[in-house]
Design a protein around this ligand. Structure first.
Ligand SMILES: NC(=O)c1ccc[n+]([C@@H]2O[C@H](COP(=O)([O-])OP(=O)(O)OC[C@H]3O[C@@H](n4cnc5c(N)ncnc54)[C@H](OP(=O)(O)O)[C@@H]3O)[C@@H](O)[C@H]2O)c1
Length: 436
């Protein structure tokens, strides 16, 4: 069992691991909201130890003598620390430090998606064995309360699907491409200038960050073991201003989506750019905002919207968890547990279905449409709509299919490429939020 704090005045002492963007915002918030926190929760939170990497770095927040250290283990093992907040990021040393804290009966609050998406199961099991809280609201969609609603409010709900815009950088880039019809490279450069994109934007642009979040969402929503490597991933590099323009003409907006679903006991998790109908709630989520659209059997459709990153929003989520852990520690209670994650079949993306948009440049001559229809028909893909843009050598055909399996669509595209009449195949995008 976790140690129970018996101080009568409600004091709970916090050890912080990592004090960068998020850590600094949390320390400030704890200070600024100290009275409000005590009034509302009955606990008093004091930061007694803070680990950073570089002790000589100038800090935007000041600490008393002896608080700062560059040795995370000293924070975790300090008898004057009751709760740990981990904001270092990455796998090591965060993983070892969190495991050590949990094993010694100290609750842990973390913002670390990369760690949870790869080692979540191990951490949940150790927390359960030790009987202490492991809380991670901040790890998905920053300031948006999502993990607690999934674990508590919706714990009895049969969730069918969770579709999220969970990466602010890519949503910003796609929004700028939509509004300005600028190129992908120009939009990324602008995002970097404004601090929305890292100097190396790979983790965001290629969907790695969203895939980590999809793994965590699927684990919690479906109680299944899903790790980052189980998530099929496609980023936004191949999306062009032309695709976005064509999507707009057809009444769609292009978004990078994390889609997690349950199908007959199997779980599917995938990240890809997709066309969303303009009337869908996710279509209006623009700039660096995040949103998560939940579909449940009894609850119906539910959307949570807010800031998915940034010091303040992320610190807000961490603070809620920290107060929860502190209250539980004080009363000897425990928060909601994740429970055992079931081994479920991870549905390969080939076996999933969606609608598709695809375009091709074709010779404008009799019989071409019939040849194309022959190919789609041969693979069991049926066409919902077709448009022709331009004439003669400039003719481009734009198709939206009905629901089709990924493998059938891939085979269709392969066969279309071989047709004499097809001069060039354009981008293929899924259409999400249209047909069920
Ligand atoms: N930034 C966001 O908007 C955001 C949103 C959601 C979740 N998160 C997550 O929050 C976590 C922190 O992000 P951040 O943006 O605050 O990162 P950051 O600014 O890079 O801060 C990382 C902190 O960890 C410290 N650190 C690094 N290695 C350490 C070690 N071995 N021992 C002790 N301390 C160490 C660094 O020390 P120095 O200060 O000495 O360099 C720094 O204070 C990550 O897991 C991230 O994924 C961030």
């Amino acid at each position: 069992m976790g140690t129970m704090v018996r101080n009568d005045d409600g004091l709970v002492r916090v050890g912080i691991l990592g004090c960068g963007n998020v850590g600094t915002a949390l320390v400030r918030l704890l200070d600024h909201n100290a009275d409000l926190i005590t009034r509302r929760s009955g606990v008093r939170i004091e930061v007694t130890r803070v680990a950073v990497q570089n002790l000589t770095k100038e800090r935007a927040v000041a600490f008393g003598p002896g608080v700062l250290t560059n040795d995370g283990e000293r924070v975790v093992t300090d008898p004057d620390v009751d709760v740990i907040v981990e904001m270092i990021g990455g796998v090591e040393p965060a993983r070892s430090l969190i495991l050590a804290a949990l094993k010694s009966g100290k609750p842990v609050v973390t913002a670390n998606k990369e760690l949870l998406a790869n080692f979540g199961e191990e951490l949940f099991e150790v927390a359960a064995t030790a009987g202490v809280d492991l809380l991670f609201e901040a790890s998905v969609a920053g300031g948006i309360p999502l993990i607690r609603p999934l674990r508590e409010s919706l714990v009895g709900e049969r969730i069918r699907r969770v579709t999220g815009i969970v990466n602010g950088t890519t949503n910003y880039v796609l929004t700028r491409m939509t509004e300005e019809r600028c190129t992908f490279a120009a939009a990324v450069a602008e995002a970097q200038q404004l601090g929305y994109a890292e100097p190396d934007p790979t983790a965001d642009i290629d969907g790695f960050d969203a895939a980590s979040k999809a793994a965590i969402i699927a684990s919690i929503a479906f109680g299944a073991r899903v790790v980052a490597g189980d998530v099929s991933r496609e980023g936004i590099r191949a999306v062009t201003a032309d695709d976005i323009g064509a999507a707009a003409e057809l009444g769609y907006v292009v978004k990078l989506l994390a889609v997690t679903e349950e199908h007959d006991g199997a779980v599917s998790a995938r990240v890809y750019p997709a066309m969303v109908p303009a009337a869908h709630p996710l279509a209006s989520v623009s700039g660096s905002y995040n949103a998560v659209f939940i579909e449940g059997e009894a609850v119906g459709q539910l959307m949570l919207l807010g800031r998915g990153a940034g010091g303040g929003p992320t610190a807000s989520a961490l603070l809620g968890d920290l107060i929860d852990a502190a209250k539980n520690l004080h009363s000897g209670a425990r928060g909601a547990t994740v429970g055992t994650l079931a081994r479920r079949r991870i549905l390969p993306i080939d076996e999933t279905s969606s609608q598709f948009y695809f375009s091709l440049d074709a010779a404008d001559r009799p019989g071409v449409l019939a040849a194309i229809a022959g190919v789609t028909g041969q693979h069991g893909v049926s066409i919902q709509s077709m448009q022709q843009k331009g004439q003669g050598d400039d003719a481009r055909l734009i198709f939206v299919t009905h629901l089709a399996r990924e493998d059938a669509m891939a085979a269709t595209i392969r066969t279309l490429r071989e047709l004499d009449a097809v001069k060039r195949m354009g981008t293929v995008l899924r259409v999400v939020g249209g047909e069920e």
